[in-house]
Ligand binder design. Structure first.
Ligand code: PMP
Length: 438
């Protein structure tokens, strides 16, 4: 259709993409820590794409593995058939996962991993004869993707407002006891146990025998990069275990080294029953997600009648051979280059550089763990999000990509980052914050 403007055909109308249309920012290639835009300008990738390109861009090991796999076996159905790479990839993932999470269900995205996890939780209780356990508990400000289960357990009201009722039987844990601003915390904030105790109140209200699962991100990502207060995840684990409720960690962002270990559950020493991942699973190169489940859940599904036609779930592209090839190559890089440890090695330098901005105007909090961080700014009067946007824009125009969610700026660079990149990022942020003050 010759009347169609090039920028009208690609349609993704939600939120910031309307602004994108007015002012397109086109990325045309990428290598290592940098994107290149359509004007040939290098842009430092302070976000690992969208929290996913953990080993950096343009990794030949991955693109070559993908090309070889496309030529060898481009597709195999995941039902009734299989192919060796899916088994190999699952084994490799189980080997780096928390101890009992030895079984892996492949999906195509974080959102699908979340839907899959919720369905596994509900199915598990039914298989155990606990059909009343149907309620789910999420958390305020939690982000679990955009499908109906995910927006229902998610705690960002605007993401579901326009789409009707969603799932029923859901409660949300509170997000903080007291807003922890001006904390400039190195390490985790306090009061985790008290905060998690809110789960006991939800249980008292509905009775544990009606609750299937609690789902939280170990560190809230899209909701503002909020670290779990000390003892929070441990206490959730104790309460859920005591009441026979499953605990799901959504590690779509925190998985694959972001917080300094393979998974946040390893870093913070709390093992969930189910863990969702995506993003860094293939270094962002091919869409893929993976849901890890415990031996106990696996065994419940694998006993009983052979042909349970009432229990169906899975995707055409579950365990896609090309995605598995990309994932295996990504895992090889993570392991060979010790990239998960690197996020810990860089943690202090990252924290110190960012904290050097704590006296700047309007900066009300700075927080980080591993290679994920946020700077929180005071909103402009009557214009929430405007100040954050100004900083984002300044940084981008000066060759540094950071993520802007309202007045919270988020950084999650590839794990291959060097100190000089951190300095470049902080210098753009510093200038941006000063300019946004005017
Ligand atoms: N869960 C979490 C914690 C996420 O951060 C995201 C994406 N940012 C998702 C789920 C959804 O992933 P996707 O966009 O791949 O569907």
């Amino acid at each position: 259709n010759s009347n169609t403007q090039p920028l009208d055909a690609f349609w993704m109308p939600f939120t910031a993409n309307r602004q994108f249309k007015k002012q397109p920012r086109m990325l045309t290639s990428a290598e290592g820590m940098y994107y290149q835009d359509d004007k040939g300008r290098p842009v430092l990738d302070g976000c690992a794409g969208l929290w996913c390109v953990n080993a950096g861009h343009g990794r030949k090991e991955i693109s070559e593995a993908v090309a070889r796999q496309v030529a060898k076996l481009d597709y195999a159905p995941p039902f009734q058939m299989g192919h060796p790479l899916a088994f190999e990839f699952a084994e490799r993932l189980a080997a780096i996962a928390p101890e009992k999470l030895n079984h892996i269900f492949f999906t195509n995205s974080g959102s699908e991993s979340v839907e899959t996890a919720l369905k596994i939780a509900l199915g598990y209780h039914r298989l155990k004869g606990d059909a009343t356990r149907q309620r789910l508990v999420g958390r305020e400000r939690g982000y679990h993707g955009v499908n109906f289960g995910g927006i229902s357990v998610g705690g960002i009201g605007n993401n579901r407002k326009m789409f009707g009722a969603g799932l029923s039987g859901i409660d949300h844990l509170p997000h903080t006891l007291n807003i922890n601003l001006n904390a400039f915390t190195k390490g985790l904030p306090e009061h985790g146990v008290e905060l998690a105790d809110a789960l006991e109140q939800i249980i008292a209200l509905h009775d544990a025998s009606n609750i299937a699962a609690v789902i939280v991100e170990p560190m809230s990502g899209s909701g503002g990069v909020i670290m779990p207060p000390k003892g929070y995840l441990q206490r959730l684990r104790e309460i859920t275990r005591k009441h026979g409720i499953l605990l799901i960690f959504d590690e779509v962002i925190t998985g694959f080294g972001r917080v300094g270990k393979a998974f946040a559950s390893t870093r913070w020493g709390v093992e969930p029953d189910i863990m969702t991942t995506a993003k860094g699973l293939t270094n962002g190169v091919i869409p893929m997600g993976a849901v890890f489940v415990s031996d106990e859940i696996h065994d419940a599904f694998m006993t009983g009648p052979e042909n349970m036609i009432e229990l169906f779930h899975g995707y055409t592209y579950s365990g896609h051979p090309v995605a598995c090839a990309a994932g295996l190559a990504a895992l090889d890089i993570y392991e060979k280059e010790n990239l998960f440890d690197r996020a810990i090695e860089m943690e202090d330098k990252f924290a110190e550089s960012l904290l050097s901005m704590k006296e700047l105007p309007n900066v009300i909090d700075i927080r980080n763990t591993g290679l994920v961080a946020a700077i929180e700014l005071t909103p402009e009067a009557d214009k929430p999000g405007e100040r954050g946007h100004k900083v984002f824009k300044h940084c981008y125009e000066n060759g540094v990509l950071v993520r802007w969610t309202g007045d919270i700026l988020a950084m999650s660079p590839p794990l291959i980052i060097e100190p000089a990149h951190i300095d470049q990022m902080v210098s753009a942020l510093r200038e941006g914050i000063l300019i946004a003050n005017n």
